[in-house]
Design a protein around this ligand. Structure first.
Ligand code: SF4
Length: 346
């Protein structure tokens, strides 16, 4: 009963109704069951040690599953989403709030960490649950703004003349309906000193149907300079549907950037990273950041040793033109910026 109420309230926020858009249907029909996922991929339930009790549940769109290789237990896309028993092993130094965001959460829905820009938690919902997500334990219900108290966040921005960029984040900000996004963009562009709007989203990759003509108009009919930062970890995530979805955004002059998380067993390999950069650039996306894993509880098995990181960076520099080598960075709680990590010691 409670589940049905939550589903109804989520549907309302996502704008689902009798006329739901295809992307909203894709959000509703994500796979939530590990055994169903393994069956679809032709794997036996014994093939991988699934953790079925994780509070941060399995959630993966069918379009993303279609890009996984059948009968391949170590498929790099499958490994990003399947909860494994390894997540239950607690590791020293791995916690629930690795970037101390609780302290940067100045008013409901707003995180202010770095000079000149703030981040708005538009929603706690995502199209996909990534096992290494640094916000996997984020208390969205307590820290998110309701429609009524978003005014506190907008007042906070208005009062700080140094803030010229607003980042829409979450969760995934594109998981909400266009009318809510439109309202937020309208509130932001009414703040005179804000000139840039950045959107951090994985939805154009995992559900490419999310890029609709209506969304495109929303992002172009604004005085704000808009950039979209995607999140792709492996070239296998980028099929023709993603390339086609991104094309109109690129043609509309929206800057397309990508951030990757370095993940053991998924992309900690120079060939894989080089292939990812080449493929991103071929579809008009600039490789921007390669993040070292944030030390969030449940993700320790994705950690790559720093010595290997430096070797990977050197090999990538030797392999690709500089503009295709993402900046290798680590985010550190309370630091004034992301910390460069690479072949040259910071
Ligand atoms: S889409 Fe982004 S916010 Fe959502 S689980 Fe994945 S990494 Fe976290």
């Amino acid at each position: 009963m409670k589940g049905a109420m939550i589903a109804r309230s989520l549907a309302k926020w996502q704008g689902e109704d009798a006329q739901a858009e295809p992307w909203q249907g894709a959000l509703r029909t994500v796979i939530r069951d590990g055994d169903e996922l393994l069956k679809l991929l032709g794997l036996s339930p014994q093939a991988l040690a699934i953790d079925r009790r994780q509070a941060f549940s399995l959630r993966v769109p069918r379009a993303f599953v279609a890009r996984m290789r059948p009968a391949t237990p170590d498929d790099p896309l499958l490994r990003q989403v399947l909860p494994l028993l390894a997540e239950s092993t607690s590791q020293p130094g791995f916690g629930c709030d690795p970037l101390a965001e609780a302290e940067a959460n100045k008013v409901p829905g707003l995180i202010h960490k770095f000079h000149g820009r703030v981040l708005l938690i538009v929603t706690g919902h995502c199209g996909i649950h990534c096992r290494y997500c640094f916000r996997r334990h984020f208390p969205y219900a307590a820290r998110q703004a309701s429609r009524a108290d978003w005014s506190q966040a907008f007042d906070y921005i208005r009062r700080d003349a140094s803030i010229s960029e607003v980042i829409l984040s979450g969760g995934d900000p594109l998981a909400v309906a266009d009318r809510h996004l439109q309202w937020m963009v309208g509130q932001i562009e009414a703040i005179p000193q804000v000139s840039r709007l950045r959107i951090h989203s994985r939805l154009p990759v995992v559900i490419p149907q999310r890029i609709t003509p209506a969304l495109l108009s929303l992002l172009t009919d604004t005085r704000l300079q808009v950039s979209l930062v995607l999140h792709v970890n492996h070239a296998q995530e980028l099929d023709d549907s993603v390339a086609a979805a991104l094309k109109p955004l690129r043609h509309a002059g929206i800057a397309l950037l990508n951030q990757t998380v370095l993940l053991a067993g998924i992309n900690d390999d120079v060939e894989v990273l080089a292939d990812l950069s080449e493929r991103l650039f071929a579809i008009g996306v600039l490789p921007y950041y390669l993040h070292l894993l944030d030390h969030v509880q449940g993700a320790a098995h994705f950690e790559v040793a720093e010595q290997s990181v430096r070797a990977l960076h050197e090999a990538l520099l030797a392999r690709l033109p500089g503009y295709l080598v993402p900046r290798f960075v680590r985010e550190v709680a309370y630091a004034a910026s992301k910390i460069p990590v690479g072949s040259v010691a910071p």
